[in-house]
Design a protein around this ligand. Structure first.
Ligand SMILES: *Cc1c(COP(=O)(O)O)cnc(C)c1O
Length: 357
């Protein structure tokens, strides 16, 4: 069976070395030494100013929307994972969708200003498959209209833009360390920001609002991760460059061997050092996509329709049509991509897809 992804697991002995420290100290959570060590190491590796590791990649979105959304309208993309939209709704804000750029698949920055009203409080956009949004234009619009910018960077571990981590853009950026993501701690995620003042707010928000053991500054939630998850992160982190190199090789193979012209691939924004986190292909129609998926499944190969459906079509929302996002969501699939995926399997995948094109 060839799934769309397989979690990278380092040698278990290395994991046990980190776990041994947990057993020695009997300190399992509440910001123990391993979480703090992992935060420091990630700060060094990615060159970011502030990080708070959280228990998944959704809680950071909810915390950011809680702090910035103010029960207003949040401009967002319909082409993302459901957590982007549901976090806005969960925090009693209204998602206002802006369609996407058909090449980069990120929010179409040219259409943002038309969606701004007196109720708009923030923009929450996704760096889709690790491909950065047009962060310069979005920053200019946000400044002009006094809006906060949140980036869902769930896919972005290791992505640089203009020689700096993509997490350095926006007021707040988030990441996911879920088992299916490039860098994983089982479940996990993070908040990133540049402002020290904002860091304090995000920090107490992810820890019940605590300001010392018996003082609470504001309402908060439990967004903490544990030492057991941090042990996984410390074990996987040294392998991140290898994981990225492995993926690049596979994507290069796909690009070389899939029939050109009939499939559309993601256009990476200029100035990006990409992490090769996904390999999405866009078929000419949903019929061809479904035919390809059927043939692949018959051979035990399981690509994933991702992202699907377009989020403006969620049954609990009632919003306007988003033609580009809906069309892309109906015709896109991510192909298998993970360390250890072998060349003979890649050859089979390419042959099957080429045969339906
Ligand atoms: C995975 C993902 C999330 C959610 O992250 P979790 O760690 O699973 O909570 C949010 N947004 C996007 C774009 C994702 O791909």
């Amino acid at each position: 069976m060839i799934p769309v992804t397989k979690t990278f697991l380092p040698p278990i002995e290395e994991y046990l070395t980190h776990l041994q420290k947990v057993w020695d100290l009997k300190w399992l959570t509440n910001r123990g030494p391993l979480i703090r060590e992992l935060e420091d190491k990630i700060k060094d590796v990615l060159r970011v100013k502030h990080i708070i590791i959280t228990n998944n990649g959704t809680i950071p979105l909810q915390i950011a929307v809680k702090l910035f959304g103010n029960h207003g309208e949040v401009i967002t993309t319909p082409f993302s994972y459901v957590a982007t939209t549901s976090s806005i709704v969960w925090e009693n804000c209204k998602p206002v969708f802006v369609d996407i750029d058909p090449d980069h698949l990120t929010i179409d920055e040219k259409k943002i200003e038309a969606a701004i009203t007196s109720k708009t409080t923030a923009i929450l956009a996704t760096h889709v498959f690790g491909n950065p949004c047009n962060v310069e234009v979005i920053e200019t619009i946000a400044k002009k209209h006094n809006l906060k910018v949140i980036y869902d960077g769930a896919h972005c571990f290791g992505v640089n833009y203009n020689n700096t981590s993509i997490f350095n853009y926006g007021d707040v950026s988030t990441c996911s360390f879920h088992a299916t993501k490039l860098f994983q701690t089982g479940e996990g995620g993070a908040l990133f920001c540049n402002s020290s003042e904002l860091y304090e707010k995000l920090f107490y928000s992810h820890n019940f609002g605590h300001n010392g053991p018996e003082d609470f500054l504001a309402p908060g939630i439990n967004g903490k991760s544990s030492e057991l998850h941090a042990a996984m992160g410390l074990t996987v982190l040294p392998y991140v460059n290898r994981i990225i190199t492995d993926r690049k090789k596979i994507i290069d193979y796909y690009l070389k061997n899939l029939s050109p012209g009939k499939l559309k691939v993601l256009k990476i924004r200029e100035g990006t050092e990409w992490n090769y986190s996904y390999f999405p292909v866009i078929f000419e129609s949903e019929t061809v996509l479904l035919e390809a998926i059927k043939k692949l499944n018959e051979s035990g190969i399981f690509p994933r329709r991702y992202f699907y459906p377009s989020l403006n079509t969620l049954r609990y929302l009632n919003t306007q049509k988003m033609p580009v996002s809906e069309s892309v969501a109906q015709t896109i699939a991510c192909l298998p991509l993970y360390s250890g995926l072998e060349e003979n399997d890649l050859e089979r995948i390419c042959n099957i897809i080429n045969s339906v094109l």
